[in-house]
Ligand binder design. Structure first.
Ligand SMILES: *Cc1c(COP(=O)(O)O)cnc(C)c1O
Length: 386
């Protein structure tokens, strides 16, 4: 069989990155034929982007799935956050947490706003709502909490504080696709909830994102920001950016949405097996799902207490890596310690977040992770005990 050099390089890459390794995640994909069938009519219409039929269908299906009043689709989760903050006209200071992905803090800073970091609750890893009010000043315009690992923030208390002080609430809901809280869809909270459909998330559109909201004026502002402020062939009403989801990504979403419930069920089985193996191990604490939450099993973080377990997080990470198992130090480092913010923030002001970021390891978790693989990972972790 003829193989050109490009094919060979690609094969080398697959060997390097995939074969024989267990990575922290593995993207969900529909069957090849199913995707081909879904994109077939794109060849008939030649409509590749700009809110075509795939975009429209996925948007409505996701609105229902997420329990949102209104929704708009975007190129990725980061642009959902960044443009949402811009559309709400935030000013001055925004209260958030440093225990998150770079995107949350970057979206605040790229809007010319000042992040004010609140500590986290070490049990749920989400913002400690009891510490928010002390951080409010006359410059504060919003709270940006993060539903970390699918753990839902203290929604009632955050809304009470926001209402009392006239603040906007924007949830970074990138980890909570498809969850519900006390029966209400995760897309129904705050002024806006921003989702990521990146390849590594529970539900993906390759790259993609969405914002769920209620207010029509906000919806118009988001639409203008994602499509250059264009209202007609000869009318441009505002200075927008470009953040439209294309038809191929929307088609991937349409396919993946058909299977997402089954994928979440497979994740649940893997998580249950992790719990069976590790719950009794002293010094290891696995994430616990809250009582009122319908979970999505997006991540399985484990907190290693070195005093009790004997080995620290970095040692466990290294031993797993030696066995070709790649967990992730997620979230580490805290965003308030990033090089790009050097000298601007003091991580000692968020001591719980700082401690957790040094003790947490997100273990491999995806729908096709087998019971045998979970056993292997747990055996290695248990062997690190001293
Ligand atoms: C993935 C993620 C984002 C960014 O989403 P992208 O689609 O990658 O831009 C933002 N916040 C959190 C918490 C995330 O996990």
């Amino acid at each position: 069989m003829h193989m050109n050099s490009n094919d060979k390089n690609y094969t080398n890459l697959i060997d390097k990155y995939v074969t024989g390794k267990i990575l922290v995640t593995r993207s969900s994909m529909p069957g090849y034929e199913e995707y081909c069938e879904e994109i077939r009519d794109i060849w008939d219409t030649h409509w590749l982007t700009n809110m075509g039929p795939k975009h429209k269908k996925l948007q409505e299906d996701l609105r229902v799935y997420l329990g949102a009043e209104k929704i708009d689709l975007l190129t990725n989760g980061h642009m959902a956050l960044e443009l949402t903050m811009q559309a709400l006209g935030l000013t001055g200071e925004v209260i958030t947490t440093p225990f998150t992905f770079a995107s949350t803090t970057h979206a605040i800073v790229r809007n010319g706003l000042t992040p004010v970091f609140c500590d986290i609750d070490p049990e749920s890893f989400t913002i400690d709502a009891s510490k928010i009010e002390a951080l409010i000043t006359d410059k504060t315009s919003a709270i940006v909490p993060v539903h970390v690992y699918g753990n839902i923030c203290n929604i009632e208390e955050i809304q009470r504080i926001a209402d009392k002080h006239g603040l906007k609430v924007i949830y970074d809901a990138a980890h909570t696709f498809g969850e519900s809280y006390k029966g209400a869809g995760i897309g129904s909270f705050g002024d806006a909830s921003c989702f990521s459909f990146h390849a590594t998330k529970v539900f993906n559109t390759i790259e993609g994102g969405a914002v769920c909201f209620k207010d029509e004026t906000f919806g118009n502002a988001i639409y203008d920001l994602k499509n250059f402020g264009i209202h007609g062939p000869e009318t441009v009403e505002s200075v927008g950016a470009n953040a439209k989801m294309n038809e191929f990504c929307a088609a991937m979403g349409i396919c993946n949405l058909r299977h997402v419930d089954a994928e979440i069920e497979k994740r649940r089985l893997a998580v249950e097996h992790y719990h069976e193996r590790l719950d009794g191990i002293k010094g290891v604490r696995l994430n616990k799902v809250g009582d009122d939450v319908k979970p999505n099993y997006a991540y399985l973080p484990a907190v290693f207490d070195p005093e009790v377990f004997g080995s620290d997080r970095d040692e466990v990470f290294a031993v797993l890596a030696k066995h070709n198992i790649f967990a992730r130090k997620y979230f580490y480092p805290l965003t308030n310690t990033f090089d790009c913010f050097k000298g601007q923030f003091d991580p000692n002001e968020t001591p719980e977040a700082l401690r957790i970021s040094k003790q947490i390891l997100t273990l491999p978790l995806y729908a096709d992770l087998t019971t045998e693989q979970v056993d292997l990972i747990c055996d290695i972790i248990i062997s690190c005990r001293k």
